[in-house]
Design a protein around this ligand. Structure first.
Ligand SMILES: Cc1cc2nc3c(=O)[nH]c(=O)nc-3n(C[C@H](O)[C@H](O)[C@H](O)COP(=O)(O)O)c2cc1C
Length: 314
């Protein structure tokens, strides 16, 4: 399988980049346990944060990756500079125009990935020379498109290209991993399942809320982006747990963009990690999270995918 051979993994799982969740510690723990960890560098981090956390991530001695927001690199070229210095094994550039950066990363021997939410996105990735495409379905946590679910998207992209394709969105355990591998994916791109890991940056109040949530409690939209003023393009909303803040502002996103009280309320909510007001990004697989495990334990769970593949052939 391309993913495990290329990066020397024992489990075909990439720990998806998650801003405010996958710092160096989680990234290193996933890589040390046989997956490929990825640092989630959101638009608000400093280049020094990337350097410091990248150094922590590299301590496992195993390959790791960094995920950048393509739309924010234009305003933060120092993020790209920091990544070029670190030279991680894999860099993902998602959500926005990443084509100017692909060649300069590849020149340093870095494998470049992007997350595609439609077949048109996948075609763009192929044209841009990206080496691995993540078919990221609408059930995924965090930002992306809400256009197509993981399974139809994965099948369509696998039919489109011979490039390695990873499946992302809603893969919450070994059954899901077995399903996408059987379909032809080179591995899975998994975020939500690592949200409550001991090594994650997730605050304790948020961990508790995530563990309590079932699979029906996520919602997709741009409310939190309008509130944060981080600069997210409207075409990429996010999937998060529904909460009182979302309910208050849903349908009034344009007004929220310039509403100072709404903005301050959100910023306070993030600062105090108040589950009713902060954005808790999570995918539909959130219902499967019932405890706080180490990244190694989560990967051990995923490694049981072979049982399901064998059962399917019986
Ligand atoms: C809390 C959270 C933060 C995320 N942050 C990022 C990010 O910084 N960069 C990125 O490319 N994708 C980000 N994503 C999306 C993931 O890379 C991935 O597409 C998603 O987690 C896969 O679906 P799943 O959550 O159902 O496993 C984030 C997802 C979550 C849940």
């Amino acid at each position: 399988m391309w993913l495990t051979e290329k990066f020397g993994l024992s489990v075909p799982v990439v720990g998806a980049p998650m801003a405010n969740v996958s710092g160096g510690k989680l990234t290193a723990a996933i890589s040390a346990a046989g997956g490929l960890g990825m640092l989630g560098a959101g638009s608000a981090v400093s280049a020094d944060w990337i350097r410091t956390e990248g150094a922590v991530a590299s301590r496992s001695g195993k390959p790791y990756g960094v995920g950048l927001m393509a739309w924010s690199v234009k305003d933060h070229p120092e993020h790209l500079d920091a990544v070029l210095e670190l030279k991680p094994a894999l860099v993902s550039l998602s959500f926005g125009n990443y084509s100017p950066y692909v060649g300069m990363l590849q020149k340093e021997g870095i494998v470049v990935a992007t997350q595609a939410g439609t077949v048109a996105d996948a075609r763009e990735a192929i044209d841009a020379g990206v080496e691995v495409i993540v078919a990221r379905g609408a059930e995924a946590g965090g930002h992306g498109r809400n256009a197509v679910a993981t399974l139809p998207l994965l099948q369509a992209i696998l039919d489109l290209t011979d490039l390695p394709v990873l499946a992302g969105g809603g893969i919450s355990g070994p059954r899901g991993l077995a399903a996408v591998l059987a379909a032809g994916a080179a591995g899975a791109w998994i975020g939500t399942a690592f949200l409550t890991c001991v090594e994650a940056l997730t605050p304790s109040s948020v961990r508790a809320r995530v563990i309590e949530a079932d699979e029906t409690e996520t919602v997709y939209g741009t409310v939190f982006d309008a509130a944060s003023r981080a600069g997210w393009p409207d075409e990429f909303g996010g999937r998060a747990l529904r909460n009182a803040y979302f309910d208050t502002w849903e349908g009034r996103e344009e007004a929220l963009k310039t509403d100072d009280v709404g903005h301050t309320d959100y910023v306070d909510g993030v600062r105090s990690a108040d589950p009713a007001r902060t954005s808790i990004y999570a995918g539909q697989g959130v219902g499967a999270l019932t405890s706080q495990l180490t990244a190694a334990q989560v990967l051990d769970g995923f490694a049981r995918y072979r049982t399901y593949l064998q059962a399917a052939l019986r």
